[in-house]
Write a protein of this length. Structure first.
Length: 458
């Protein structure tokens, strides 16, 4: 039994002082007690502030190795998401299974050190360069699981179905062939990925992920939903203007309009980005109970657009955040970037605050609950029976010292960075201690070797 004493903790009912959290051997919260003296002899860890640790709701792990390599313009002055994507295709053809495992472990380590307890991996890199299948079709899914066994992060693996190069069902381009699946091969791949998850601790999850409306047949969604009827179901949606225009031409409606009219979108669903929505789409998607999976740092980097968080939350919409391209993995920066985008668009301040909750409190509670829903994970709050996904902040940090409650969360998000994160537990596994992952040296050394080899061939 691990016993934590928190001078303050954010529980389901709000901020509570002198909380004792007992973590059972199964990784779940076994009991909670309030008003417990801090000098209790049985306490394993005495911490200043404990928060529920969120899930990182959307990641493409391999893209982490591209960070910093795509910030120059080519001969075309209209550089955009689509030119970035061509560079990404060239890069990924260099990656071996060993490289992918090492990069994924590094990414997961950075997530944990940033404060995330879970990685929701939107995994679409399946095959060899050129598109040939490995002898084991789930080889690269197994490599994501192998990285997880090293880092100890919670994992929701989302094998991605990616069949076409556009709404007209054109063949995949050269750079996309490592992603390609058809309905039969996808089911085989998914089955292999599920076996890989079963080798992990019991908090591991698997979901289903059609890549986007452009990349799968319009009539394929019911069959994909039926593969695992209770599992999380994720898809990119309405990220780019060109994507919206293509879906509108092919299907006679904008992406969100078409999906809401043609699918039973509900709490299983997590729709990624949704940066190109009209007001009626924002309100309609919020009413479904689905999660909007937001990636503000990546969306800023790629010029995707600004999600209407003010209207979506006013309509009781649910949100989560993810690091997507992993150009920068930082929980506090994702939340800060999301809020600042609303302020810049609306010429306002504290755009997401309410009369009851500060900006940081509302943002944090929203993404913790939404991330747990998107991950299909029994977490999202500090309660008995939930996975012990916990984050502690350094009460001695100069920007946090003396702060309590919502002010402390606001300081973490708007004045802070990853250096404020002190400890992280994922399903009771104490993987980050004093701000560092317990296997940091070995993970970093392996990642450095991969990057050195990649630089020689890029």
């Amino acid at each position: 039994m691990t016993v934590i004493h928190a001078a303050q903790a954010l529980l389901a009912e709000g901020w509570i002082s002198n909380v004792q959290i007992d973590i059972g051997d199964d990784g779940r919260i076994a009991s909670l007690a309030r008003d417990v003296p801090h000098d209790s002899a049985i306490v394993s860890h005495k911490l200043a502030t404990v928060l529920p640790a969120p899930a990182n709701a959307h990641s493409h792990a391999f893209q982490r190795a591209m960070a910093g390599l795509t910030e120059r313009r080519g001969p075309d002055p209209r550089d955009s998401f689509w030119t970035w994507r061509r560079l990404m295709y060239r890069f990924l053809d260099r990656l071996s299974p060993d490289d992918i495992e090492a990069i994924a472990a590094f990414v997961q380590m950075e997530m944990l050190e940033s404060g995330y307890a879970t990685n929701v991996e939107f995994h679409y890199l399946h095959h060899q360069p050129g598109g040939g299948q490995y002898d084991n079709i789930a080889e690269l899914s197994e490599r994501i699981a192998a990285a997880t066994s090293i880092t100890g992060i919670g994992l929701t693996l989302l094998p991605v179905h990616y069949q076409f190069g556009g709404c007209d069902q054109r063949a995949l381009a050269d750079g996309q062939r490592r992603f390609g699946t058809n309905p039969d091969s996808y089911r085989q791949l998914w089955s292999g990925a599920r076996s890989a998850i079963q080798c992990l601790p019991s908090d591991g999850q698997i979901g289903v992920a059609p890549h986007s409306l452009r990349a799968v047949a319009a009539d394929s969604l019911p069959g994909l939903l039926a593969i695992a009827p209770q599992a999380p179901f994720h898809m990119h949606l309405a990220e780019q203007i060109a994507e919206v225009d293509e879906v509108l031409r092919d299907r006679g409606a904008r992406p969100v309009e078409w999906l809401l009219a043609n699918a039973d979108v509900n709490q299983r669903w997590c729709l990624i980005h949704c940066t190109q929505m009209l007001p009626h789409e924002t309100e309609g998607l919020a009413r479904t109970g689905a999660v909007a999976g937001l990636c503000p740092i990546t969306e800023s980097s790629l010029g995707d657009g600004i999600f209407d968080g003010v209207s979506f939350l006013q309509a009781d919409g649910r949100i989560a955040v993810g690091s997507d391209s992993n150009i920068r993995i930082s929980l506090s920066e994702e939340l800060r970037t999301l809020d600042y985008s609303q302020r810049l668009r609306d010429h306002s301040r504290a755009a997401l605050a309410t009369s009851e909750l500060s900006t940081g409190r509302r943002l944090y509670q929203s993404v913790v609950a939404g991330g747990a829903q998107a991950a299909g994970r029994q977490s999202g709050c500090i309660e008995v029976g939930q996975w012990a996904d916990l984050l502690s902040l350094d009460g001695n940090h100069s920007d946090l010292e003396g702060h309590t409650g919502d002010t402390l969360l606001d300081s973490f998000i708007f004045a802070g960075d990853d250096r404020m994160v002190q400890d992280v537990w994922s399903a009771g596994r104490h993987q980050v201690r004093a701000g560092r992952h317990i296997h940091r040296e070995a993970i970093v050394q392996r990642y450095r070797a991969v990057m050195e080899n990649l630089r020689q061939v890029l």
